[in-house]
Write a protein that binds this ligand. Structure first.
Ligand code: GLC
Length: 565
């Protein structure tokens, strides 16, 4: 990333508006709720806010199914509230990134309503329509190909009006837009410019590497290989950059599942002008088993070291990494790769520092900074997420050779470990009713532990995870070696102790002082050799323990950052 880019050096705070703060007691978070919390966000030390979708939507997928791109969902407020939010952020020196869904709309969007009305509709080719294939009996038709949607079940839906099928890579209420049609692209670019003209500073582009599908829709169960990183994706992204981002100096953050470091370099090489930074999912997929995402395999932070190294080295000279542990689609990191009991705060601090001091842009998801953890869901009526609910329905009936593929216990375990609802429980502000999130009945139940885990108590304690995040973000910003310097991972000979150093080059090309970052990303106490790369770590510049007794002894989840050569 070039230093002139406003995102360079910045860290970003992600807000899931539905669950952040409810100002009017209807149980749903809203824009005025966010406006009331801007000082809290500023105090964290971030530079920008990424707002998950707030557009009009029937909420089949909580706003990622947009029915009108240019209006605000009444749950969240009005355009006047939105303008006030932008002004409030800018007054505090914070930028605003809006989430934008360009791969699909809601089936209730006027474009799709028009498109589905007849085969000769002027908007017919704004979406992907195909006749069905003759089924085995020859009497009826079945889906045009075997593609499965990302939310379980076929990716095609037969529409009664014309008898043809439309493509939906996500829910059947999220039909995919046809990017091959230039008129669609121009309409989207116009809409994005309208938002940028209102003063926003960039977009996070939802599943943006799915927009170009392989022509002819080749058959196969795995849609992914035919829609991710498709043949025209780079062409579409450069066009959008030229038409939308460049004129406004806005940033483009792409969600890009299934990318390799090679592809990520193409997407984020500043000279190619496509995207500024991408989200890849390799760490997020690491704990999935052969049966997919919900087939959860427990991992600890240290098990992810190889993936971090691969991405840091892969994008060392070209391209730009995002650094994240959480978002609205992922379970809480402490429950997932750390420990939610005794070591809740200390493991959360270690995971945060070990990742956010690498090279790239940190994205912190609401509640992460106070150490929120997964909800131990008891019964499925508490769940709200379409992905989880579809999975449960499918898994309960899936059989091979007459035997169930999933036991009930495995389904519950998978939902608790990987379901998206744990990320979406209300932000825990204080010890009051509903964690201070709402005076009404929250749309999703708050985590039961809000009286101990909340922002108010965390703010009072100098050693809380919240205080640590503030120190960490300030430290990161103060060190040019961390923002732009090189990174070298150092083998410690002990799988649990993860270590790297960040270094800037002095004018004469020699390495100046390095910043060393070491963490025991495990619950095991480590006693190492006296002489090792950690020997200078007894007086750390940043750490998550009170004191270091001996440089070679590492407490469970201990983190140290120190200066050395
Ligand atoms: C992205 C979003 C996710 C959504 C999906 C479909 O992955 O982050 O929340 O369900 O796209 O829009």
């Amino acid at each position: 990333m070039k230093k002139e880019n406003w995102l360079y050096g910045a860290s970003v705070y992600q807000i899931y508006p539905r669950s952040f703060c409810d100002s009017n007691g209807d149980g749903v978070g809203d824009l005025r709720g966010i406006i009331g919390k801007l000082d809290y966000i500023k105090a964290l030390g971030v530079d920008a806010v990424w707002l998950c979708p707030i557009y009009a939507s029937p909420n089949d997928d909580n706003g990622y199914d947009i029915s009108d791109y240019q209006s605000i969902h009444s749950d969240y407020g009005t355009l006047a509230d939105f303008d006030e939010l932008v002004a409030g952020l800018h007054a505090r020196g914070l930028k605003l990134i809006m989430d934008m869904v360009l791969n699909h709309t809601s089936d209730e969007h006027a474009w799709f309503v028009e498109s589905r009305s007849s085969k000769s509709s002027p908007k017919r080719n704004w979406y992907h329509w195909l006749p069905g294939r003759l089924d085995g009996s020859g009497a009826g038709t079945e889906a045009p190909n075997g593609w499965q949607s990302m939310f379980s079940g076929p990716a095609w839906e037969k529409d009664v009006a014309t008898g043809e099928w439309y493509l939906h890579l996500f829910s059947r209420k999220q039909p995919d837009l046809n990017w091959e049609n230039p008129v669609v692209r121009l309409a989207l670019y116009d809409m994005m410019r309208w938002w940028l003209s209102r003063g926003i500073d960039g977009f996070r582009l939802d599943v943006i590497n799915f927009i170009s599908k392989v022509p002819g829709y080749p058959d196969g169960a795995n849609a992914f290989t035919h829609v991710a990183n498709g043949p025209r994706v780079h062409e579409f992204l450069s066009e959008m950059h030229r038409e939308v981002f460049e004129p406004f100096g806005a940033v483009a953050i792409g969600e890009t599942p299934g990318v390799s470091p090679e592809l990520a370099r193409l997407y984020t090489d500043p000279d190619r002008k496509e995207l500024d930074v991408i989200f890849q999912f390799e760490m997020m997929d690491a704990d999935s088993g052969p049966r997919g995402k919900f087939d959860a395999r427990p991992l600890r932070g240290c098990d992810l070291l190889g993936i971090m190294k691969k991405w840091q080295e892969g994008l060392a000279d070209r391209g730009w990494n995002s650094l994240y542990w959480n978002n609205h689609d992922q379970p809480r990191v402490i429950s997932r790769f750390g420990e939610s009991g005794l070591y809740r705060e200390i493991s959360g601090k270690a995971l945060a520092a070990f990742l956010y001091l690498q090279k790239g842009t940190p994205f912190i998801y609401q509640g992460e900074e106070i150490g929120m953890v997964n909800t131990p869901w008891q019964d499925y009526s508490q769940l709200r997420d379409i992905e989880s609910l579809n999975f449960i329905t499918q898994a309960r009936t899936e059989t091979v050779d007459g035997k169930r593929v999933w036991t009930d216990a495995e389904i519950l375990y998978g939902i608790r470990a990987k379901g998206r609802d744990s990320a979406r429980t209300p932000f825990q502000w204080n010890r009051k009713k509903n964690a201070g999130f709402s005076e009404g009945v929250p749309w999703i139940a708050p985590h039961p532990d809000w009286s101990t885990i909340n922002a108010e108590v965390a703010d009072l304690r100098a050693d809380s995870i919240l205080s640590f995040y503030r120190k960490l973000l300030a430290f990161r910003k103060s060190e040019e070696a961390i923002l732009s310097g090189g990174i070298e991972f150092v083998d410690t000979g002990t799988a649990e102790l993860c270590l790297y150093r960040r270094f800037a080059l002095a004018d004469d090309g020699r390495r100046a002082v390095s910043v060393w970052v070491g963490a025991n990303l495990s619950p095991r106490r480590l006693v190492l050799d006296k002489d090792g790369p950690w020997s200078g770590s007894a007086h750390p510049a940043l750490s998550n323990c009170q004191t270091v007794a001996k440089a070679e002894c590492w407490q469970p989840w201990e983190l140290r950052v120190w200066y050395g050569l």
